[in-house]
Design a protein around this ligand. Sequence first.
Ligand code: NAD
Length: 360
Amino acid sequence: MTQGEAYKVIAATRPQGDYRGAVVGCGRMGSTIDDEHIHMAHYPWPWAHAPAMIESRGIELVGAADIDRSKLDDFGQRWGVEALHENYRELVARERPDVVAVTTRPEERPEVVAGLAEAGVKAIYATKPMCRTLAQADAMIEACRAHGTILSIACHLNWYSWYTNALKAIEAGAIGPLRSMVCHCPHSLSNIGSHSLALFRLFARAPAEWVVGEMDNDEQALEDGDLSGSGYIAYANGVRGFLNSRADRSGHGWTMEFIGEQGVVVTRNAHAQFELWGAHPETGEPIQRQFPNPWYPRSSMVDAIEGVCRSIEEGEEKICPGEFGRESLEIVIALRESHRRGNVRVNLPLENRGLRMGRG
Ligand SMILES: NC(=O)c1ccc[n+]([C@@H]2O[C@H](COP(=O)([O-])OP(=O)(O)OC[C@H]3O[C@@H](n4cnc5c(N)ncnc54)[C@H](O)[C@@H]3O)[C@@H](O)[C@H]2O)c1
Protein backbone atom coordinates (compact mmCIF):
# COMPACT_ATOMS: atom_id res chain seq x y z
CA MET A 1 0.00 0.00 0.00
CA THR A 2 1.35 3.43 -0.88
CA GLN A 3 0.94 6.36 1.49
CA GLY A 4 -2.67 7.53 1.69
CA GLU A 5 -4.01 4.23 0.35
CA ALA A 6 -6.03 3.51 3.53
CA TYR A 7 -7.72 6.90 3.38
CA LYS A 8 -8.57 6.29 -0.28
CA VAL A 9 -10.24 2.97 0.62
CA ILE A 10 -12.43 4.73 3.19
CA ALA A 11 -13.19 7.62 0.81
CA ALA A 12 -14.11 5.20 -1.99
CA THR A 13 -16.93 3.74 0.10
CA ARG A 14 -18.51 7.17 0.66
CA PRO A 15 -21.49 8.08 -1.53
CA GLN A 16 -20.43 10.71 -4.05
CA GLY A 17 -23.52 12.88 -3.64
CA ASP A 18 -25.13 14.58 -0.64
CA TYR A 19 -28.62 13.22 -0.10
CA ARG A 20 -31.63 14.26 1.94
CA GLY A 21 -32.96 11.40 4.06
CA ALA A 22 -36.22 10.83 5.94
CA VAL A 23 -37.88 8.15 8.05
CA VAL A 24 -41.52 7.06 7.75
CA GLY A 25 -42.58 5.14 10.88
CA CYS A 26 -40.97 6.47 14.07
CA GLY A 27 -41.38 3.41 16.32
CA ARG A 28 -38.81 0.82 17.43
CA MET A 29 -37.07 0.16 14.13
CA GLY A 30 -37.27 3.73 12.91
CA SER A 31 -36.07 5.29 16.15
CA THR A 32 -35.77 3.48 19.49
CA ILE A 33 -34.60 -0.15 19.10
CA ASP A 34 -31.04 0.56 20.26
CA ASP A 35 -32.38 1.20 23.78
CA GLU A 36 -33.33 -2.51 23.93
CA HIS A 37 -29.94 -3.75 22.76
CA ILE A 38 -27.34 -1.82 24.69
CA HIS A 39 -26.01 -5.10 26.12
CA MET A 40 -25.58 -6.76 22.72
CA ALA A 41 -21.96 -5.76 22.75
CA HIS A 42 -20.90 -7.85 19.77
CA TYR A 43 -23.18 -6.09 17.33
CA PRO A 44 -22.09 -2.59 16.23
CA TRP A 45 -24.80 0.00 16.74
CA PRO A 46 -26.70 2.11 15.63
CA TRP A 47 -29.40 -0.31 14.61
CA ALA A 48 -32.44 1.97 14.27
CA HIS A 49 -32.76 3.73 10.92
CA ALA A 50 -32.74 7.33 12.26
CA PRO A 51 -29.42 7.22 14.16
CA ALA A 52 -27.90 5.14 11.36
CA MET A 53 -28.91 7.80 8.86
CA ILE A 54 -27.39 10.49 11.10
CA GLU A 55 -24.13 8.54 11.28
CA SER A 56 -23.96 7.73 7.56
CA ARG A 57 -21.81 9.80 5.23
CA GLY A 58 -23.36 11.47 2.20
CA ILE A 59 -26.86 11.77 3.69
CA GLU A 60 -28.57 14.09 6.16
CA LEU A 61 -31.69 13.19 8.14
CA VAL A 62 -34.06 16.07 7.30
CA GLY A 63 -37.50 14.87 8.37
CA ALA A 64 -39.84 12.13 9.54
CA ALA A 65 -43.46 11.05 9.36
CA ASP A 66 -45.68 9.04 11.67
CA ILE A 67 -49.46 8.93 12.04
CA ASP A 68 -48.94 8.99 15.83
CA ARG A 69 -48.05 12.50 17.09
CA SER A 70 -46.48 11.16 20.32
CA LYS A 71 -44.01 9.07 18.26
CA LEU A 72 -43.14 12.15 16.21
CA ASP A 73 -42.52 14.26 19.31
CA ASP A 74 -40.23 11.60 20.79
CA PHE A 75 -38.41 11.30 17.46
CA GLY A 76 -37.89 15.07 17.30
CA GLN A 77 -36.45 15.16 20.82
CA ARG A 78 -34.14 12.20 20.28
CA TRP A 79 -32.73 13.16 16.93
CA GLY A 80 -33.04 16.95 16.78
CA VAL A 81 -35.27 16.81 13.71
CA GLU A 82 -37.84 19.59 13.31
CA ALA A 83 -39.62 18.63 10.08
CA LEU A 84 -42.16 16.21 11.59
CA HIS A 85 -45.31 15.29 9.62
CA GLU A 86 -48.34 13.14 10.34
CA ASN A 87 -48.69 12.32 6.64
CA TYR A 88 -45.79 10.89 4.64
CA ARG A 89 -47.02 12.54 1.41
CA GLU A 90 -46.76 15.95 3.11
CA LEU A 91 -43.26 15.03 4.32
CA VAL A 92 -42.17 14.31 0.74
CA ALA A 93 -43.85 17.41 -0.71
CA ARG A 94 -42.33 19.76 1.87
CA GLU A 95 -38.90 18.27 2.62
CA ARG A 96 -38.07 16.66 -0.77
CA PRO A 97 -36.09 13.69 0.61
CA ASP A 98 -34.03 11.60 -1.82
CA VAL A 99 -33.90 8.48 0.39
CA VAL A 100 -36.77 7.36 2.61
CA ALA A 101 -36.52 4.62 5.22
CA VAL A 102 -39.88 2.87 5.62
CA THR A 103 -40.12 1.46 9.13
CA THR A 104 -43.87 1.04 9.46
CA ARG A 105 -45.28 -2.45 10.08
CA PRO A 106 -45.61 -4.72 7.00
CA GLU A 107 -49.38 -4.10 6.73
CA GLU A 108 -48.85 -0.42 5.85
CA ARG A 109 -45.71 -0.89 3.78
CA PRO A 110 -47.23 -1.60 0.31
CA GLU A 111 -49.29 1.60 0.31
CA VAL A 112 -46.45 3.73 1.71
CA VAL A 113 -43.86 2.34 -0.74
CA ALA A 114 -46.13 2.86 -3.75
CA GLY A 115 -47.00 6.39 -2.57
CA LEU A 116 -43.33 7.32 -2.09
CA ALA A 117 -42.43 5.99 -5.55
CA GLU A 118 -45.30 7.98 -7.12
CA ALA A 119 -44.11 11.08 -5.26
CA GLY A 120 -40.72 10.68 -6.95
CA VAL A 121 -38.26 9.76 -4.17
CA LYS A 122 -34.99 8.38 -5.55
CA ALA A 123 -34.60 5.42 -3.19
CA ILE A 124 -36.70 3.56 -0.63
CA TYR A 125 -35.05 1.55 2.13
CA ALA A 126 -37.91 -0.58 3.49
CA THR A 127 -37.59 -2.86 6.50
CA LYS A 128 -38.56 -6.54 6.58
CA PRO A 129 -40.62 -8.59 6.10
CA MET A 130 -41.31 -6.75 2.85
CA CYS A 131 -45.11 -7.22 3.10
CA ARG A 132 -47.67 -9.98 3.69
CA THR A 133 -48.79 -11.22 0.23
CA LEU A 134 -47.00 -12.00 -3.03
CA ALA A 135 -49.37 -9.68 -4.91
CA GLN A 136 -48.30 -6.82 -2.61
CA ALA A 137 -44.63 -7.61 -3.25
CA ASP A 138 -45.24 -7.65 -7.02
CA ALA A 139 -47.03 -4.28 -6.82
CA MET A 140 -44.27 -2.67 -4.70
CA ILE A 141 -41.58 -3.77 -7.16
CA GLU A 142 -43.67 -2.63 -10.13
CA ALA A 143 -44.45 0.80 -8.60
CA CYS A 144 -40.74 1.43 -7.97
CA ARG A 145 -39.80 0.21 -11.45
CA ALA A 146 -42.44 2.41 -13.09
CA HIS A 147 -41.20 5.53 -11.30
CA GLY A 148 -37.46 4.81 -11.51
CA THR A 149 -37.18 4.44 -7.71
CA ILE A 150 -34.50 2.19 -6.19
CA LEU A 151 -36.16 -0.32 -3.84
CA SER A 152 -33.83 -1.76 -1.18
CA ILE A 153 -35.06 -4.16 1.48
CA ALA A 154 -33.45 -3.53 4.86
CA CYS A 155 -32.16 -7.05 5.46
CA HIS A 156 -29.13 -5.16 6.64
CA LEU A 157 -26.96 -8.23 7.32
CA ASN A 158 -26.49 -8.33 3.54
CA TRP A 159 -24.34 -5.19 4.00
CA TYR A 160 -22.65 -6.30 7.26
CA SER A 161 -18.92 -6.21 6.63
CA TRP A 162 -18.37 -9.66 8.21
CA TYR A 163 -20.78 -11.22 5.72
CA THR A 164 -19.47 -9.17 2.79
CA ASN A 165 -15.93 -10.32 3.67
CA ALA A 166 -17.16 -13.92 3.88
CA LEU A 167 -18.70 -13.53 0.43
CA LYS A 168 -15.51 -12.00 -0.98
CA ALA A 169 -13.43 -14.84 0.50
CA ILE A 170 -15.78 -17.44 -0.99
CA GLU A 171 -15.71 -15.74 -4.39
CA ALA A 172 -11.89 -15.64 -4.19
CA GLY A 173 -11.95 -19.44 -3.82
CA ALA A 174 -11.32 -19.79 -0.04
CA ILE A 175 -13.67 -22.79 0.29
CA GLY A 176 -13.87 -23.90 -3.34
CA PRO A 177 -17.18 -23.78 -5.22
CA LEU A 178 -20.17 -23.14 -2.90
CA ARG A 179 -22.35 -26.27 -2.63
CA SER A 180 -24.83 -25.63 0.16
CA MET A 181 -25.95 -23.26 2.90
CA VAL A 182 -27.34 -24.32 6.27
CA CYS A 183 -29.14 -22.02 8.70
CA HIS A 184 -30.63 -22.53 12.13
CA CYS A 185 -32.62 -19.39 12.97
CA PRO A 186 -34.39 -19.35 16.37
CA HIS A 187 -37.23 -17.16 15.06
CA SER A 188 -40.26 -17.50 12.79
CA LEU A 189 -39.92 -18.01 9.04
CA SER A 190 -41.14 -14.73 7.60
CA ASN A 191 -40.26 -12.09 10.17
CA ILE A 192 -36.65 -12.63 11.21
CA GLY A 193 -36.24 -15.60 8.86
CA SER A 194 -36.29 -13.09 6.01
CA HIS A 195 -32.77 -12.00 7.04
CA SER A 196 -31.49 -15.58 6.63
CA LEU A 197 -33.17 -15.97 3.25
CA ALA A 198 -31.83 -12.63 1.98
CA LEU A 199 -28.33 -13.82 2.95
CA PHE A 200 -28.96 -17.18 1.23
CA ARG A 201 -29.98 -15.30 -1.93
CA LEU A 202 -26.93 -13.02 -1.82
CA PHE A 203 -24.50 -15.93 -1.32
CA ALA A 204 -26.23 -18.31 -3.77
CA ARG A 205 -25.89 -15.77 -6.58
CA ALA A 206 -28.97 -17.30 -8.24
CA PRO A 207 -32.74 -17.27 -7.69
CA ALA A 208 -34.55 -20.06 -5.84
CA GLU A 209 -36.26 -22.53 -8.20
CA TRP A 210 -38.13 -24.99 -5.98
CA VAL A 211 -38.58 -25.98 -2.35
CA VAL A 212 -39.73 -28.78 -0.05
CA GLY A 213 -40.94 -27.88 3.43
CA GLU A 214 -42.25 -29.22 6.72
CA MET A 215 -43.90 -26.94 9.26
CA ASP A 216 -43.63 -27.57 13.01
CA ASN A 217 -47.38 -27.43 13.60
CA ASP A 218 -50.16 -28.81 11.35
CA GLU A 219 -52.83 -26.44 12.64
CA GLN A 220 -50.68 -23.34 12.23
CA ALA A 221 -49.74 -24.50 8.73
CA LEU A 222 -53.42 -24.29 7.73
CA GLU A 223 -53.59 -20.67 8.81
CA ASP A 224 -51.91 -17.50 7.56
CA GLY A 225 -49.83 -16.50 10.57
CA ASP A 226 -46.03 -16.47 10.62
CA LEU A 227 -44.76 -19.81 11.94
CA SER A 228 -41.71 -22.04 12.27
CA GLY A 229 -40.62 -24.98 10.19
CA SER A 230 -37.83 -26.44 8.11
CA GLY A 231 -37.11 -26.43 4.42
CA TYR A 232 -34.94 -27.41 1.51
CA ILE A 233 -34.36 -24.74 -1.13
CA ALA A 234 -32.97 -25.50 -4.59
CA TYR A 235 -31.30 -22.52 -6.29
CA ALA A 236 -31.11 -22.32 -10.08
CA ASN A 237 -27.32 -22.84 -10.20
CA GLY A 238 -27.30 -26.02 -8.11
CA VAL A 239 -26.54 -24.39 -4.73
CA ARG A 240 -28.80 -25.83 -1.99
CA GLY A 241 -30.19 -24.18 1.14
CA PHE A 242 -31.30 -25.94 4.37
CA LEU A 243 -33.36 -23.79 6.71
CA ASN A 244 -34.46 -24.67 10.24
CA SER A 245 -36.44 -22.06 12.16
CA ARG A 246 -37.94 -21.96 15.67
CA ALA A 247 -40.51 -19.23 16.37
CA ASP A 248 -40.20 -19.77 20.14
CA ARG A 249 -36.51 -18.76 20.08
CA SER A 250 -35.49 -22.16 21.44
CA GLY A 251 -32.54 -24.16 20.23
CA HIS A 252 -29.07 -22.86 19.78
CA GLY A 253 -28.45 -19.26 18.65
CA TRP A 254 -28.67 -18.13 15.04
CA THR A 255 -26.03 -20.13 13.12
CA MET A 256 -25.18 -20.25 9.42
CA GLU A 257 -22.81 -22.39 7.38
CA PHE A 258 -21.69 -21.78 3.82
CA ILE A 259 -20.24 -25.09 2.65
CA GLY A 260 -17.90 -25.34 -0.30
CA GLU A 261 -16.10 -28.24 -1.95
CA GLN A 262 -12.89 -27.48 -0.01
CA GLY A 263 -14.00 -25.66 3.12
CA VAL A 264 -16.69 -23.88 5.07
CA VAL A 265 -17.53 -20.46 6.51
CA VAL A 266 -19.44 -20.70 9.81
CA THR A 267 -21.18 -17.83 11.61
CA ARG A 268 -22.32 -18.43 15.20
CA ASN A 269 -24.26 -16.76 18.01
CA ALA A 270 -26.26 -14.33 15.90
CA HIS A 271 -23.29 -13.06 13.83
CA ALA A 272 -20.95 -12.74 16.81
CA GLN A 273 -18.31 -15.20 15.57
CA PHE A 274 -17.10 -16.00 12.09
CA GLU A 275 -14.87 -18.96 11.21
CA LEU A 276 -13.16 -19.99 8.01
CA TRP A 277 -12.16 -23.63 7.52
CA GLY A 278 -10.18 -24.83 4.53
CA ALA A 279 -8.34 -27.97 3.56
CA HIS A 280 -4.71 -28.73 4.40
CA PRO A 281 -2.80 -28.38 1.11
CA GLU A 282 -1.07 -31.78 1.53
CA THR A 283 -3.39 -33.98 3.59
CA GLY A 284 -6.74 -32.42 2.72
CA GLU A 285 -7.63 -32.46 6.46
CA PRO A 286 -9.88 -29.58 7.62
CA ILE A 287 -7.82 -26.71 9.01
CA GLN A 288 -9.03 -23.46 10.50
CA ARG A 289 -7.71 -20.33 8.81
CA GLN A 290 -7.84 -16.74 9.97
CA PHE A 291 -11.23 -15.36 8.98
CA PRO A 292 -10.70 -12.16 6.97
CA ASN A 293 -12.02 -9.80 9.65
CA PRO A 294 -13.30 -6.48 8.30
CA TRP A 295 -10.70 -3.74 8.27
CA TYR A 296 -13.34 -1.01 8.67
CA PRO A 297 -16.14 -2.68 10.71
CA ARG A 298 -19.22 -0.56 11.29
CA SER A 299 -22.92 -0.86 11.97
CA SER A 300 -24.53 -2.85 9.16
CA MET A 301 -27.35 -0.30 9.11
CA VAL A 302 -24.86 2.53 8.43
CA ASP A 303 -23.16 0.48 5.70
CA ALA A 304 -26.57 -0.30 4.23
CA ILE A 305 -27.77 3.32 4.14
CA GLU A 306 -24.54 4.45 2.48
CA GLY A 307 -24.92 1.48 0.12
CA VAL A 308 -28.45 2.59 -0.82
CA CYS A 309 -27.07 6.07 -1.66
CA ARG A 310 -24.42 4.45 -3.86
CA SER A 311 -27.16 2.39 -5.52
CA ILE A 312 -28.76 5.67 -6.62
CA GLU A 313 -25.44 6.58 -8.24
CA GLU A 314 -25.13 3.15 -9.89
CA GLY A 315 -28.79 3.14 -10.96
CA GLU A 316 -29.32 -0.31 -9.47
CA GLU A 317 -29.69 -2.06 -6.09
CA LYS A 318 -27.62 -5.24 -6.05
CA ILE A 319 -27.16 -6.15 -2.37
CA CYS A 320 -30.80 -6.53 -1.31
CA PRO A 321 -33.28 -5.33 -3.96
CA GLY A 322 -37.06 -5.73 -3.73
CA GLU A 323 -36.70 -9.03 -5.62
CA PHE A 324 -34.72 -10.51 -2.69
CA GLY A 325 -37.41 -9.41 -0.23
CA ARG A 326 -40.11 -10.93 -2.44
CA GLU A 327 -38.12 -14.16 -2.79
CA SER A 328 -37.77 -14.44 1.00
CA LEU A 329 -41.56 -14.18 1.34
CA GLU A 330 -42.19 -16.49 -1.61
CA ILE A 331 -39.89 -19.20 -0.24
CA VAL A 332 -41.55 -19.31 3.19
CA ILE A 333 -45.05 -19.35 1.67
CA ALA A 334 -43.93 -22.13 -0.70
CA LEU A 335 -42.44 -24.13 2.21
CA ARG A 336 -45.83 -23.93 3.93
CA GLU A 337 -47.59 -24.87 0.64
CA SER A 338 -45.30 -27.91 0.43
CA HIS A 339 -46.36 -28.96 3.94
CA ARG A 340 -50.05 -28.42 3.12
CA ARG A 341 -49.78 -30.65 0.04
CA GLY A 342 -48.00 -33.51 1.86
CA ASN A 343 -44.36 -32.31 1.82
CA VAL A 344 -44.11 -32.30 -1.96
CA ARG A 345 -41.81 -30.27 -4.22
CA VAL A 346 -43.22 -26.79 -4.94
CA ASN A 347 -41.92 -24.87 -7.96
CA LEU A 348 -41.39 -21.11 -7.92
CA PRO A 349 -42.79 -18.64 -8.77
CA LEU A 350 -46.07 -19.53 -7.08
CA GLU A 351 -49.11 -19.04 -9.28
CA ASN A 352 -51.44 -17.93 -6.50
CA ARG A 353 -50.21 -14.39 -5.75
CA GLY A 354 -52.93 -13.95 -3.11
CA LEU A 355 -51.14 -16.31 -0.70
CA ARG A 356 -50.10 -14.60 2.52
CA MET A 357 -47.86 -15.10 5.53
CA GLY A 358 -48.23 -13.02 8.65
CA ARG A 359 -51.10 -11.12 10.21
CA GLY A 360 -51.29 -7.56 11.46
N1 NAD B 1 -34.30 -5.30 10.71
C1 NAD B 1 -34.47 -5.44 11.99
O1 NAD B 1 -33.53 -5.77 12.64
C2 NAD B 1 -35.83 -5.17 12.63
C3 NAD B 1 -35.92 -5.16 14.02
C4 NAD B 1 -37.18 -4.83 14.57
C5 NAD B 1 -38.29 -4.56 13.77
N2 NAD B 1 -38.12 -4.62 12.40
C6 NAD B 1 -39.29 -4.39 11.50
O2 NAD B 1 -39.67 -3.02 11.58
C7 NAD B 1 -41.08 -2.91 11.29
C8 NAD B 1 -41.71 -2.02 12.35
O3 NAD B 1 -41.64 -2.68 13.60
P1 NAD B 1 -41.58 -1.82 14.93
O4 NAD B 1 -41.35 -2.79 16.03
O5 NAD B 1 -40.64 -0.67 14.76
O6 NAD B 1 -43.10 -1.27 14.99
P2 NAD B 1 -43.63 0.01 15.73
O7 NAD B 1 -45.10 -0.20 15.87
O8 NAD B 1 -42.82 0.31 16.94
O9 NAD B 1 -43.38 1.20 14.67
C9 NAD B 1 -44.14 1.35 13.50
C10 NAD B 1 -44.52 2.83 13.40
O10 NAD B 1 -45.11 3.07 12.12
C11 NAD B 1 -46.13 4.06 12.31
N3 NAD B 1 -47.03 4.05 11.14
C12 NAD B 1 -48.00 3.16 10.82
N4 NAD B 1 -48.59 3.50 9.65
C13 NAD B 1 -47.97 4.62 9.21
C14 NAD B 1 -48.12 5.45 8.06
N5 NAD B 1 -49.03 5.18 7.13
N6 NAD B 1 -47.32 6.53 7.94
C15 NAD B 1 -46.40 6.82 8.89
N7 NAD B 1 -46.21 6.07 10.01
C16 NAD B 1 -46.97 4.98 10.15
C17 NAD B 1 -46.78 3.66 13.62
O11 NAD B 1 -47.53 4.72 14.20
C18 NAD B 1 -45.55 3.28 14.45
O12 NAD B 1 -45.03 4.37 15.19
C19 NAD B 1 -41.62 -4.34 11.27
O13 NAD B 1 -41.81 -4.74 9.93
C20 NAD B 1 -40.52 -5.17 11.93
O14 NAD B 1 -40.45 -6.49 11.43
C21 NAD B 1 -36.91 -4.89 11.82
